[in-house]
Write a protein that binds this ligand. Structure first.
Ligand SMILES: C[S@@+](CC[C@H](N)C(=O)[O-])C[C@H]1O[C@@H](n2cnc3c(N)ncnc32)[C@H](O)[C@@H]1O
Length: 445
Protein backbone atom coordinates (compact mmCIF):
# COMPACT_ATOMS: atom_id res chain seq x y z
CA UNK A 1 0.00 0.00 0.00
CA UNK A 2 1.53 3.43 -0.94
CA UNK A 3 2.21 5.85 1.95
CA UNK A 4 0.13 9.14 2.16
CA UNK A 5 2.23 12.35 1.59
CA UNK A 6 2.12 13.30 5.33
CA UNK A 7 3.21 9.91 6.53
CA UNK A 8 5.80 9.68 3.79
CA UNK A 9 7.45 12.64 5.47
CA UNK A 10 7.24 11.14 8.94
CA UNK A 11 6.89 7.32 8.88
CA UNK A 12 7.71 7.04 12.61
CA UNK A 13 4.61 9.07 13.46
CA UNK A 14 2.46 6.75 11.37
CA UNK A 15 3.86 3.70 13.09
CA UNK A 16 3.15 5.28 16.47
CA UNK A 17 -0.41 5.97 15.44
CA UNK A 18 -0.97 2.47 14.21
CA UNK A 19 0.43 0.98 17.38
CA UNK A 20 -1.55 3.24 19.67
CA UNK A 21 -4.79 2.64 17.77
CA UNK A 22 -4.25 -1.12 18.06
CA UNK A 23 -3.58 -0.80 21.76
CA UNK A 24 -6.74 1.21 22.36
CA UNK A 25 -8.87 -1.14 20.30
CA UNK A 26 -8.18 -4.24 22.40
CA UNK A 27 -7.08 -2.79 25.70
CA UNK A 28 -8.58 0.61 26.33
CA UNK A 29 -6.31 1.14 29.34
CA UNK A 30 -4.15 -0.67 31.83
CA UNK A 31 -6.85 -0.62 34.48
CA UNK A 32 -9.21 -2.43 32.17
CA UNK A 33 -6.57 -5.10 31.57
CA UNK A 34 -6.67 -5.92 35.26
CA UNK A 35 -10.43 -5.88 35.25
CA UNK A 36 -10.47 -8.26 32.28
CA UNK A 37 -8.10 -10.62 34.09
CA UNK A 38 -10.22 -10.55 37.21
CA UNK A 39 -13.32 -10.99 35.11
CA UNK A 40 -12.02 -14.26 33.67
CA UNK A 41 -11.49 -15.57 37.20
CA UNK A 42 -14.92 -14.48 38.44
CA UNK A 43 -16.57 -16.10 35.39
CA UNK A 44 -15.52 -19.50 36.65
CA UNK A 45 -17.49 -18.92 39.80
CA UNK A 46 -20.75 -17.78 38.27
CA UNK A 47 -23.71 -19.71 39.73
CA UNK A 48 -25.21 -22.46 37.58
CA UNK A 49 -28.55 -20.63 37.67
CA UNK A 50 -26.90 -17.87 35.58
CA UNK A 51 -26.24 -20.30 32.73
CA UNK A 52 -29.55 -22.13 32.96
CA UNK A 53 -31.42 -18.83 32.82
CA UNK A 54 -29.46 -17.75 29.76
CA UNK A 55 -29.98 -21.05 27.98
CA UNK A 56 -33.71 -21.00 28.76
CA UNK A 57 -33.95 -17.44 27.47
CA UNK A 58 -32.15 -18.40 24.27
CA UNK A 59 -34.29 -21.42 23.61
CA UNK A 60 -37.50 -19.48 24.29
CA UNK A 61 -36.39 -16.78 21.86
CA UNK A 62 -35.30 -19.17 19.08
CA UNK A 63 -38.73 -20.84 18.99
CA UNK A 64 -39.16 -24.01 16.89
CA UNK A 65 -35.51 -24.01 15.51
CA UNK A 66 -33.77 -25.51 18.56
CA UNK A 67 -35.40 -28.97 18.48
CA UNK A 68 -33.82 -29.37 14.99
CA UNK A 69 -30.37 -28.56 16.42
CA UNK A 70 -30.94 -30.98 19.22
CA UNK A 71 -31.95 -33.70 16.77
CA UNK A 72 -28.91 -33.02 14.57
CA UNK A 73 -26.61 -33.22 17.59
CA UNK A 74 -28.16 -36.54 18.59
CA UNK A 75 -27.71 -38.00 15.10
CA UNK A 76 -24.07 -36.87 14.99
CA UNK A 77 -23.48 -38.38 18.42
CA UNK A 78 -24.98 -41.66 17.28
CA UNK A 79 -22.77 -41.79 14.15
CA UNK A 80 -19.58 -41.02 16.11
CA UNK A 81 -20.39 -43.57 18.75
CA UNK A 82 -21.05 -46.24 16.09
CA UNK A 83 -17.72 -45.57 14.37
CA UNK A 84 -15.79 -45.61 17.64
CA UNK A 85 -17.42 -48.67 19.14
CA UNK A 86 -17.40 -50.77 15.99
CA UNK A 87 -13.59 -50.29 15.90
CA UNK A 88 -13.37 -51.51 19.44
CA UNK A 89 -15.73 -54.44 19.40
CA UNK A 90 -15.92 -55.60 15.82
CA UNK A 91 -12.80 -54.53 13.99
CA UNK A 92 -10.19 -55.39 16.60
CA UNK A 93 -7.75 -57.28 14.47
CA UNK A 94 -6.03 -60.02 16.45
CA UNK A 95 -2.32 -59.34 16.85
CA UNK A 96 -2.61 -55.78 15.55
CA UNK A 97 -0.65 -53.69 18.07
CA UNK A 98 -2.76 -50.56 17.60
CA UNK A 99 -5.98 -52.44 18.26
CA UNK A 100 -4.41 -54.16 21.25
CA UNK A 101 -3.33 -50.84 22.72
CA UNK A 102 -6.80 -49.44 22.04
CA UNK A 103 -8.45 -52.38 23.75
CA UNK A 104 -6.23 -52.85 26.79
CA UNK A 105 -4.58 -49.43 26.97
CA UNK A 106 -0.85 -49.23 27.77
CA UNK A 107 -1.68 -50.32 31.27
CA UNK A 108 -3.30 -53.53 30.05
CA UNK A 109 -0.36 -54.34 27.79
CA UNK A 110 2.04 -54.50 30.66
CA UNK A 111 -0.35 -55.22 33.52
CA UNK A 112 0.22 -57.96 36.02
CA UNK A 113 -2.17 -60.21 34.11
CA UNK A 114 -5.03 -59.04 36.26
CA UNK A 115 -5.21 -61.31 39.23
CA UNK A 116 -2.63 -63.70 37.81
CA UNK A 117 0.66 -61.80 37.95
CA UNK A 118 4.06 -63.13 36.89
CA UNK A 119 5.44 -66.08 38.87
CA UNK A 120 9.13 -66.30 39.65
CA UNK A 121 11.55 -68.43 41.66
CA UNK A 122 12.43 -67.21 45.14
CA UNK A 123 16.16 -67.22 45.93
CA UNK A 124 16.97 -68.66 49.34
CA UNK A 125 18.38 -65.42 50.83
CA UNK A 126 16.35 -62.92 48.80
CA UNK A 127 19.46 -61.75 46.91
CA UNK A 128 19.05 -60.02 43.57
CA UNK A 129 21.26 -58.84 40.70
CA UNK A 130 23.36 -55.71 41.06
CA UNK A 131 22.42 -54.10 37.75
CA UNK A 132 19.58 -51.62 37.31
CA UNK A 133 17.23 -50.67 34.49
CA UNK A 134 19.49 -47.65 33.84
CA UNK A 135 22.39 -50.05 33.25
CA UNK A 136 20.23 -51.98 30.82
CA UNK A 137 19.31 -48.86 28.85
CA UNK A 138 22.95 -47.72 28.71
CA UNK A 139 23.96 -51.19 27.54
CA UNK A 140 21.30 -51.20 24.83
CA UNK A 141 22.94 -48.14 23.36
CA UNK A 142 26.19 -50.11 23.05
CA UNK A 143 24.63 -53.35 21.88
CA UNK A 144 22.37 -52.09 19.07
CA UNK A 145 25.29 -51.25 16.72
CA UNK A 146 26.98 -54.56 17.65
CA UNK A 147 23.82 -56.52 16.79
CA UNK A 148 23.70 -54.76 13.43
CA UNK A 149 26.97 -56.48 12.52
CA UNK A 150 25.70 -60.02 13.28
CA UNK A 151 26.76 -62.57 10.68
CA UNK A 152 23.44 -64.45 10.71
CA UNK A 153 20.86 -61.78 9.93
CA UNK A 154 17.83 -64.05 9.87
CA UNK A 155 18.38 -66.44 12.76
CA UNK A 156 15.15 -68.38 12.45
CA UNK A 157 14.85 -71.10 15.16
CA UNK A 158 17.61 -69.32 17.09
CA UNK A 159 17.77 -66.21 19.25
CA UNK A 160 16.29 -62.86 18.25
CA UNK A 161 17.17 -59.42 19.57
CA UNK A 162 15.90 -59.67 23.16
CA UNK A 163 17.80 -62.79 24.14
CA UNK A 164 20.91 -61.81 22.19
CA UNK A 165 20.98 -58.60 24.19
CA UNK A 166 20.32 -60.49 27.44
CA UNK A 167 23.11 -62.99 26.85
CA UNK A 168 25.55 -60.26 25.84
CA UNK A 169 24.58 -58.02 28.76
CA UNK A 170 24.88 -60.68 31.47
CA UNK A 171 28.15 -62.02 30.06
CA UNK A 172 29.90 -58.66 29.72
CA UNK A 173 28.67 -57.72 33.21
CA UNK A 174 29.96 -60.91 34.87
CA UNK A 175 33.20 -61.04 32.85
CA UNK A 176 33.75 -64.79 33.11
CA UNK A 177 37.08 -66.49 32.40
CA UNK A 178 35.33 -69.23 30.44
CA UNK A 179 31.99 -69.47 28.65
CA UNK A 180 30.15 -72.72 27.98
CA UNK A 181 27.20 -73.04 25.65
CA UNK A 182 24.97 -76.02 25.10
CA UNK A 183 22.98 -75.76 21.87
CA UNK A 184 24.83 -73.77 19.21
CA UNK A 185 22.79 -74.29 16.02
CA UNK A 186 24.43 -72.05 13.36
CA UNK A 187 26.57 -70.28 15.95
CA UNK A 188 24.67 -67.05 16.59
CA UNK A 189 24.88 -67.39 20.38
CA UNK A 190 28.60 -68.26 20.09
CA UNK A 191 29.03 -64.99 18.20
CA UNK A 192 27.11 -63.09 20.92
CA UNK A 193 29.35 -64.58 23.63
CA UNK A 194 32.38 -63.58 21.61
CA UNK A 195 31.14 -59.96 21.35
CA UNK A 196 30.79 -59.86 25.14
CA UNK A 197 34.23 -61.33 25.91
CA UNK A 198 36.57 -60.94 22.91
CA UNK A 199 39.53 -62.79 24.47
CA UNK A 200 38.07 -65.54 26.64
CA UNK A 201 37.69 -69.17 25.61
CA UNK A 202 34.36 -70.75 24.76
CA UNK A 203 33.33 -74.40 25.01
CA UNK A 204 30.41 -75.25 22.73
CA UNK A 205 28.34 -78.44 22.79
CA UNK A 206 25.98 -79.19 19.92
CA UNK A 207 25.14 -82.41 18.04
CA UNK A 208 25.71 -80.74 14.69
CA UNK A 209 28.84 -78.63 14.17
CA UNK A 210 28.02 -75.02 13.16
CA UNK A 211 30.55 -75.31 10.31
CA UNK A 212 28.13 -77.73 8.62
CA UNK A 213 25.69 -74.84 8.13
CA UNK A 214 28.38 -72.76 6.42
CA UNK A 215 27.89 -74.79 3.25
CA UNK A 216 24.28 -73.62 2.96
CA UNK A 217 24.47 -70.03 4.16
CA UNK A 218 25.61 -67.78 6.96
CA UNK A 219 26.95 -69.40 10.16
CA UNK A 220 29.59 -68.54 12.74
CA UNK A 221 32.55 -70.68 13.78
CA UNK A 222 34.76 -69.25 16.51
CA UNK A 223 38.55 -69.46 16.50
CA UNK A 224 38.93 -69.64 20.28
CA UNK A 225 36.22 -72.22 20.90
CA UNK A 226 36.51 -75.91 21.81
CA UNK A 227 33.68 -77.66 19.99
CA UNK A 228 32.14 -80.82 21.37
CA UNK A 229 30.12 -81.11 18.19
CA UNK A 230 29.46 -83.40 15.26
CA UNK A 231 31.28 -86.70 15.84
CA UNK A 232 32.83 -85.21 19.02
CA UNK A 233 29.47 -84.32 20.53
CA UNK A 234 29.03 -85.09 24.23
CA UNK A 235 25.92 -84.12 26.17
CA UNK A 236 26.51 -81.58 28.97
CA UNK A 237 25.61 -84.18 31.60
CA UNK A 238 28.29 -86.60 30.35
CA UNK A 239 31.25 -84.22 29.98
CA UNK A 240 34.20 -84.71 32.34
CA UNK A 241 34.11 -81.08 33.48
CA UNK A 242 37.01 -81.40 35.92
CA UNK A 243 39.21 -82.40 32.99
CA UNK A 244 37.93 -79.61 30.73
CA UNK A 245 38.42 -77.00 33.46
CA UNK A 246 41.95 -78.23 34.11
CA UNK A 247 42.73 -77.99 30.41
CA UNK A 248 41.61 -74.36 30.40
CA UNK A 249 43.41 -73.52 33.64
CA UNK A 250 40.15 -72.77 35.51
CA UNK A 251 40.38 -73.31 39.24
CA UNK A 252 37.47 -71.12 40.36
CA UNK A 253 34.18 -72.39 38.90
CA UNK A 254 32.40 -69.18 39.87
CA UNK A 255 34.38 -67.57 37.01
CA UNK A 256 32.49 -69.68 34.45
CA UNK A 257 29.10 -69.03 32.90
CA UNK A 258 26.95 -71.62 31.17
CA UNK A 259 24.40 -70.79 28.54
CA UNK A 260 21.76 -73.45 27.87
CA UNK A 261 19.81 -73.27 24.62
CA UNK A 262 19.50 -77.04 24.16
CA UNK A 263 15.81 -77.45 25.06
CA UNK A 264 16.43 -79.95 27.82
CA UNK A 265 14.56 -80.27 31.12
CA UNK A 266 16.03 -77.36 33.11
CA UNK A 267 15.77 -79.20 36.42
CA UNK A 268 17.97 -81.94 34.95
CA UNK A 269 20.47 -79.33 33.75
CA UNK A 270 20.52 -77.54 37.12
CA UNK A 271 21.27 -80.82 38.92
CA UNK A 272 24.09 -81.61 36.46
CA UNK A 273 25.58 -78.11 36.77
CA UNK A 274 25.35 -78.24 40.56
CA UNK A 275 27.08 -81.61 40.62
CA UNK A 276 29.95 -80.23 38.52
CA UNK A 277 30.20 -77.17 40.82
CA UNK A 278 29.10 -74.43 38.37
CA UNK A 279 27.32 -71.40 39.75
CA UNK A 280 26.22 -69.07 36.93
CA UNK A 281 23.62 -70.39 34.50
CA UNK A 282 21.53 -68.77 31.79
CA UNK A 283 18.52 -70.53 30.26
CA UNK A 284 17.38 -69.17 26.95
CA UNK A 285 13.88 -70.65 26.87
CA UNK A 286 12.28 -70.19 30.24
CA UNK A 287 8.87 -71.26 29.01
CA UNK A 288 5.70 -70.23 30.74
CA UNK A 289 3.37 -72.88 32.17
CA UNK A 290 1.41 -74.66 29.47
CA UNK A 291 3.91 -73.80 26.73
CA UNK A 292 7.26 -74.99 25.37
CA UNK A 293 9.07 -78.22 24.70
CA UNK A 294 10.89 -78.68 28.02
CA UNK A 295 10.30 -78.31 31.75
CA UNK A 296 11.47 -74.81 32.69
CA UNK A 297 12.24 -72.84 35.83
CA UNK A 298 9.20 -70.64 35.19
CA UNK A 299 7.04 -73.76 35.12
CA UNK A 300 8.69 -75.24 38.21
CA UNK A 301 8.18 -72.08 40.26
CA UNK A 302 4.61 -71.54 39.09
CA UNK A 303 3.15 -72.43 42.49
CA UNK A 304 0.15 -71.11 44.33
CA UNK A 305 2.26 -69.63 47.15
CA UNK A 306 3.89 -67.26 44.61
CA UNK A 307 1.91 -64.23 43.41
CA UNK A 308 0.67 -64.99 39.91
CA UNK A 309 1.46 -68.67 40.41
CA UNK A 310 -0.80 -71.70 40.67
CA UNK A 311 -3.74 -72.02 38.34
CA UNK A 312 -7.32 -73.14 38.18
CA UNK A 313 -9.04 -75.21 35.54
CA UNK A 314 -12.46 -73.95 36.60
CA UNK A 315 -14.16 -72.75 33.41
CA UNK A 316 -16.19 -70.03 35.12
CA UNK A 317 -13.24 -68.48 36.92
CA UNK A 318 -11.75 -64.99 36.49
CA UNK A 319 -8.61 -66.69 35.26
CA UNK A 320 -10.50 -68.49 32.47
CA UNK A 321 -12.08 -65.22 31.39
CA UNK A 322 -8.78 -63.28 31.43
CA UNK A 323 -6.96 -66.05 29.61
CA UNK A 324 -9.51 -66.34 26.82
CA UNK A 325 -9.50 -62.56 26.37
CA UNK A 326 -5.72 -62.39 26.18
CA UNK A 327 -5.48 -65.34 23.84
CA UNK A 328 -7.28 -63.19 21.31
CA UNK A 329 -4.36 -60.83 21.20
CA UNK A 330 -1.20 -62.84 21.80
CA UNK A 331 -0.37 -65.88 19.69
CA UNK A 332 1.39 -67.73 22.50
CA UNK A 333 -1.08 -67.00 25.27
CA UNK A 334 -2.89 -70.13 26.40
CA UNK A 335 -6.50 -70.36 27.42
CA UNK A 336 -7.89 -72.71 30.02
CA UNK A 337 -8.55 -75.52 27.50
CA UNK A 338 -4.91 -75.56 26.40
CA UNK A 339 -3.60 -75.08 29.90
CA UNK A 340 -5.40 -77.98 31.52
CA UNK A 341 -4.87 -81.66 30.82
CA UNK A 342 -6.71 -84.72 32.12
CA UNK A 343 -7.55 -84.57 35.82
CA UNK A 344 -7.35 -80.74 35.70
CA UNK A 345 -3.55 -80.92 35.62
CA UNK A 346 -2.29 -77.44 34.72
CA UNK A 347 1.38 -77.68 35.88
CA UNK A 348 4.28 -78.17 33.48
CA UNK A 349 2.49 -78.64 30.19
CA UNK A 350 -0.93 -80.17 30.94
CA UNK A 351 0.61 -82.11 33.82
CA UNK A 352 3.65 -83.33 31.82
CA UNK A 353 7.34 -82.71 32.24
CA UNK A 354 8.64 -82.30 28.71
CA UNK A 355 12.27 -82.90 27.79
CA UNK A 356 14.59 -82.85 24.78
CA UNK A 357 12.50 -80.80 22.36
CA UNK A 358 9.43 -82.72 23.62
CA UNK A 359 10.84 -85.94 22.19
CA UNK A 360 10.21 -87.29 25.66
CA UNK A 361 7.63 -86.40 28.25
CA UNK A 362 6.26 -87.93 31.41
CA UNK A 363 3.31 -87.24 33.64
CA UNK A 364 4.29 -85.66 36.92
CA UNK A 365 2.09 -85.78 40.03
CA UNK A 366 1.39 -82.38 41.54
CA UNK A 367 3.22 -83.34 44.76
CA UNK A 368 6.42 -83.99 42.82
CA UNK A 369 6.06 -80.75 40.86
CA UNK A 370 5.66 -78.96 44.19
CA UNK A 371 8.76 -80.67 45.62
CA UNK A 372 10.73 -79.56 42.56
CA UNK A 373 10.00 -75.94 43.34
CA UNK A 374 11.13 -76.40 46.95
CA UNK A 375 14.34 -78.00 45.73
CA UNK A 376 15.03 -75.16 43.27
CA UNK A 377 14.44 -72.57 45.96
CA UNK A 378 16.83 -74.38 48.27
CA UNK A 379 19.76 -74.08 45.86
CA UNK A 380 18.90 -70.73 44.29
CA UNK A 381 20.97 -67.64 45.13
CA UNK A 382 19.73 -65.30 42.39
CA UNK A 383 16.86 -65.49 39.90
CA UNK A 384 16.57 -62.76 37.26
CA UNK A 385 14.29 -62.86 34.24
CA UNK A 386 15.41 -60.67 31.39
CA UNK A 387 12.69 -58.07 30.68
CA UNK A 388 11.57 -57.68 27.06
CA UNK A 389 13.59 -54.94 25.41
CA UNK A 390 10.53 -52.77 24.73
CA UNK A 391 6.77 -52.78 25.04
CA UNK A 392 4.66 -54.31 22.25
CA UNK A 393 3.30 -50.99 21.05
CA UNK A 394 6.93 -50.17 20.14
CA UNK A 395 8.29 -53.50 18.93
CA UNK A 396 4.97 -54.60 17.38
CA UNK A 397 5.68 -58.13 18.57
CA UNK A 398 2.58 -60.29 18.49
CA UNK A 399 3.59 -63.58 20.10
CA UNK A 400 4.17 -63.49 23.83
CA UNK A 401 1.72 -61.97 26.26
CA UNK A 402 3.55 -59.03 27.89
CA UNK A 403 1.46 -59.54 31.00
CA UNK A 404 3.38 -62.80 31.62
CA UNK A 405 6.72 -60.98 31.46
CA UNK A 406 8.44 -58.39 33.65
CA UNK A 407 7.93 -54.74 32.61
CA UNK A 408 9.97 -53.95 29.48
CA UNK A 409 13.24 -52.03 29.52
CA UNK A 410 11.81 -49.36 27.20
CA UNK A 411 8.22 -48.96 28.28
CA UNK A 412 5.25 -48.48 25.97
CA UNK A 413 4.83 -44.84 25.07
CA UNK A 414 8.57 -44.07 25.09
CA UNK A 415 8.95 -43.98 21.34
CA UNK A 416 11.61 -41.25 21.55
CA UNK A 417 13.90 -43.48 23.59
CA UNK A 418 13.13 -46.51 21.41
CA UNK A 419 14.14 -44.50 18.35
CA UNK A 420 17.18 -42.91 19.99
CA UNK A 421 18.51 -46.35 20.87
CA UNK A 422 18.30 -47.30 17.19
CA UNK A 423 15.70 -49.99 17.79
CA UNK A 424 13.44 -48.67 15.02
CA UNK A 425 16.06 -49.86 12.52
CA UNK A 426 15.24 -53.54 13.13
CA UNK A 427 12.55 -55.66 11.57
CA UNK A 428 9.65 -56.55 13.85
CA UNK A 429 10.48 -60.25 13.59
CA UNK A 430 13.66 -59.86 15.70
CA UNK A 431 11.46 -58.96 18.69
CA UNK A 432 9.15 -61.96 18.40
CA UNK A 433 11.25 -64.65 20.05
CA UNK A 434 11.14 -63.60 23.69
CA UNK A 435 10.61 -66.46 26.18
CA UNK A 436 11.64 -65.01 29.55
CA UNK A 437 15.35 -65.82 29.35
CA UNK A 438 16.59 -66.30 32.90
CA UNK A 439 19.89 -65.88 34.69
CA UNK A 440 20.36 -67.85 37.91
CA UNK A 441 23.08 -68.25 40.47
CA UNK A 442 23.08 -71.53 42.32
CA UNK A 443 24.97 -73.17 45.17
CA UNK A 444 24.66 -76.45 47.03
CA UNK A 445 22.19 -76.58 49.91
C1 LIG B 1 17.39 -73.47 19.40
S1 LIG B 1 18.82 -74.15 18.80
C2 LIG B 1 20.08 -73.15 19.46
C3 LIG B 1 20.11 -71.76 18.89
C4 LIG B 1 21.36 -70.99 19.12
N1 LIG B 1 21.73 -70.92 20.50
C5 LIG B 1 21.21 -69.61 18.53
O1 LIG B 1 21.21 -68.65 19.26
O2 LIG B 1 21.10 -69.48 17.33
C6 LIG B 1 18.99 -75.62 19.71
C7 LIG B 1 20.24 -76.37 19.41
O3 LIG B 1 20.41 -77.37 20.41
C8 LIG B 1 20.99 -78.50 19.79
N2 LIG B 1 20.84 -79.67 20.68
C9 LIG B 1 19.97 -80.69 20.66
N3 LIG B 1 20.18 -81.53 21.66
C10 LIG B 1 21.24 -81.06 22.34
C11 LIG B 1 21.95 -81.49 23.48
N4 LIG B 1 21.61 -82.59 24.15
N5 LIG B 1 23.01 -80.77 23.89
C12 LIG B 1 23.35 -79.65 23.25
N6 LIG B 1 22.70 -79.19 22.17
C13 LIG B 1 21.67 -79.88 21.73
C14 LIG B 1 20.26 -78.58 18.48
O4 LIG B 1 20.94 -79.38 17.58
C15 LIG B 1 20.22 -77.11 18.09
O5 LIG B 1 21.37 -76.78 17.37
Amino acid sequence: MPLSPSTQKNPTKMLERVLSSRRSASHPDAENDDVAADDSKTKKHLPISFFTTRITNYLTRSGPVWPCFLLLALVLLLIFSLIFNSRRFVCVSPYDPVSRTGFFGFDGLESDFGSLGVPWCRPKHGKTVDWTSKDLIKALEVFVPIYETRPIINNMYGMGFDHSFGLWFITQWLKPDLMIESGAFKGHSTWVLRQAMPDKPIVSLSPRHPEKYLKKGPAYVDGNCTYFAGKDFVDFGSVDWAKVMKKHGITDLSRVIIFFDDHQNELKRIKQALKAGFRHLIFEDNYDTGTGDHYSLRQICDQSYIRGGGHSCFKDSDEARIRSKRKHFWEKAVDIEELCGPGEAWWGVRGYVRDNFNHSHKLIPYAEHFQNSRFVESILDVYWELPPVAGPSLTHQTRYDPARAPPPIVEDGRYGLFQRLGLTRFETSVFNGYTQMVYIQISKQ
